[in-house]
Design a protein around this ligand. Structure first.
Ligand SMILES: Cc1cc2nc3c(=O)[nH]c(=O)nc-3n(C[C@H](O)[C@H](O)[C@H](O)COP(=O)(O)OP(=O)(O)OC[C@H]3O[C@@H](n4cnc5c(N)ncnc54)[C@H](O)[C@@H]3O)c2cc1C
Length: 546
């Protein structure tokens, strides 16, 4: 029996994870990637002896990674529990030894990072968040003792949301409105629908603590003032399984996934941009994806096509309008795109420096709510900003030449619906951010010590990563774009067309895109009637067309 063939457009973490899963389901899978190496947002920039992860740096839920590295050819385990007992301590405490796992460690070494984040306030004081309730209580007491009872209640509320929203429903595919309606009462009961910032304000009076317990959504493109409080689960996810770092950088994890995919027989073509998804049928008959055409005109046929690319770009640029009844241009354009970011990559001489920083630093600005409104609503570039400063060489010196540090600082900015001209604004903002780090004493004499500086702006996301309006994180995670209302992993318009990654269910961030790969693989397994034997992981293969 000949195997069914699959094409995946894009080798982001979601595309690679889906590739691994499809190989384990018995498909012959080919990935076409526009860039010259894998990772997408997790692409690696190697320059002047420095290694910079361009995107994700905070690794959570390492069990999801271990699961991917444990898959074998023709032996998918889609029906096993998503969160087996050995990784879910009944008290939801971090378990030692979950960082790597035996299969992960064959490809990449993953270690825990403490504290998770050092959060600096504009007055120079800081909060070290490490998930340890006692440490957290001690620091709350120092800032606002009156908020201690609020913390206990917040903790309990966030746990309720984590248990239902992540453990029970994290891998659920909301393919129809009914599936959404079924969970709506639970979400209301858990108060998970109200905006996160308003939820957090119910428990904390101190503006500093309100920021500490809401900023995390910015790392996946969500406005704390607008994302639903279901995202309070992030706090609990971090607390439960910790925050981790891949030695060698996130790029080492990406390379590991690409190797795993190839070891399972998958094929990746780099420098291969897909220009067109070829569809047959018409608005009156069943429309079926048949293959893809690359920018150089080469045509590849397959039994199914999955796009790991941007949602808006996939539908509006790759598929002729006549095949799209649901995802028409007007609907796609109506979707809210996430904010964008400016990221400045820099290397500096470490000699004689006594850095009092941590691996992950959040540097908050003088304003929080006002700044969020400027970025997400008014779409203007404010004079003030907040930053996420990443210094991986505090953990892994191999990422810089001897005697140097490698770092990046990330500044949330409006997406390109703003009309801002980044060719003029980029350089001054990069200089302003580095000057700020020097003058506020975070990195003394930074400009004199500088050995490398480069940056990306929203234009990089728009032109290099093909992301509509230069969005940094896909469609914005707001209530009206969550679960059933988020772009569907199984196309509503075209049979045998699937989506995977940050734009789809359940959402953005590296754990979520790995979960989206599992959700998409499950839909494919159903559609192609992959036998129960393989879904249950006991071997054997029978793949028939739907
Ligand atoms: C700066 C930054 C920091 C972040 N930090 C974190 C973090 O610390 N922790 C965390 O969990 N998440 C973080 N995120 C979010 C996380 O990186 C993303 O959610 C995730 O990596 C997205 O993966 P993806 O699979 O959806 O695809 P992407 O990474 O978006 O990859 C899509 C791929 O498709 C390719 N492609 C697009 N169109 C085509 C085409 N037509 N033909 C061929 N190829 C195409 C692109 O080149 C790209 O390689 C961060 C994101 C950014 C930008």
């Amino acid at each position: 029996m000949s195997r069914k063939t699959a094409i995946i457009i894009g080798s982001g973490i979601g595309g690679l994870a889906l590739g691994v899963r499809l190989q384990s389901l018995g498909f012959n899978t080919t990935i076409f990637e526009k860039l010259d190496s894998p990772g997408g947002r997790a692409y690696v920039r190697r320059v002047d002896g420095f290694t910079f992860d361009m995107g994700p740096t905070v690794i959570t839920v390492p069990h999801l990674i271990e699961e991917l590295f444990s898959l074998e050819r023709d032996a998918a385990a889609l029906a096993e529990p998503d969160f087996p007992e050995q990784i879910l301590d009944p008290n939801n405490r971090i378990k030692t030894g979950v960082s790597g796992g035996p299969n992960t460690s064959k490809y990449v070494k993953i270690i825990p990072i403490l504290p998770f984040y050092r959060i600096y306030f504009d007055d120079g004081t800081h909060f070290d968040y490490d998930g340890d309730p006692d440490n957290t209580r001690r620091q709350i007491e120092a800032i606002a003792p009156e908020d201690l009872p609020g913390y206990e209640r917040f903790h309990a509320a966030a746990k309720g949301i984590f248990d239902r929203g992540f453990i029970d429903l994290g891998h659920t595919y909301f393919g129809d409105a009914l599936s959404m309606l079924k969970i709506a009462p639970d979400l209301v009961k858990l108060d998970a629908i109200r905006p996160l910032f308003s939820f957090v304000k119910r428990y904390f009076k101190s503006p500093k603590l309100q920021q500490v317990f809401s900023f995390e959504t910015l790392l996946i493109g969500g406005n704390p003032l607008k994302v639903p409080a279901i995202y309070a689960m992030l706090h609990f996810i971090e607390k439960t399984w910790g925050i981790h770092f891949a030695m060698g950088g996130t790029g080492a994890l990406v390379s590991g996934l690409a190797h795993k995919f190839q070891e399972l027989g998958g094929v990746i073509h780099y420098n291969s941009e897909v220009n067109h998804i070829d569809v047959v049928g018409n608005s009156f008959s069943r429309r079926v994806a048949k293959g893809v055409t690359l920018a150089d005109g080469a045509y590849y046929a397959a039994d199914l096509v999955a796009s790991n690319g941007d949602y808006a770009n996939t539908y509006m640029k790759l598929i002729d309008a006549k095949y799209r009844l649901i995802n028409q241009d007007a609907r796609v354009k109506f979707a809210k795109q996430s904010m964008s970011i400016m990221v400045i990559y820099f290397g500096f001489k470490a000699e004689g420096l006594n850095l009092n920083l941590r691996h992950h630093c959040i540097i908050l600005g003088p304003r929080y709510e006002g700044l969020m409104r400027d970025i997400f609503d008014a779409k203007i570039l404010s004079q003030d900003f907040c930053q996420y400063l990443h210094i991986p060489t505090l953990t892994d010196p191999s990422l810089a030449p001897p005697g140097h540090h490698a770092a990046y600082t990330l500044i949330p900015v409006p997406n390109n619906a703003s009309g801002l001209d980044w060719s003029k604004l980029g350089e001054p903002l990069a200089d302003k951010a580095l000057t700020f780090l020097e003058e506020r004493g975070y990195i003394p004499e930074l400009r004199a010590r500088l050995a490398h500086k480069s940056f990306i702006t929203p234009d990089y996301f728009e032109t290099t990563l093909n992301s509509y309006l230069g969005n940094g994180f896909g469609v914005e995670p707001v209530l009206t774009q969550s679960a059933f209302f988020r772009p569907h992993n199984r196309s509503e318009d075209i049979a045998n067309l699937y989506l995977v990654g940050a734009n789809t269910q359940p959402g953005g961030g590296t754990p979520a895109v790995m979960m989206s790969a599992k959700i998409t693989a499950r839909e494919i397994a159903k559609d192609f009637d992959v036998s129960d034997a393989i879904v249950n992981g006991v071997g054997g293969i029978r793949v028939t067309a739907r």
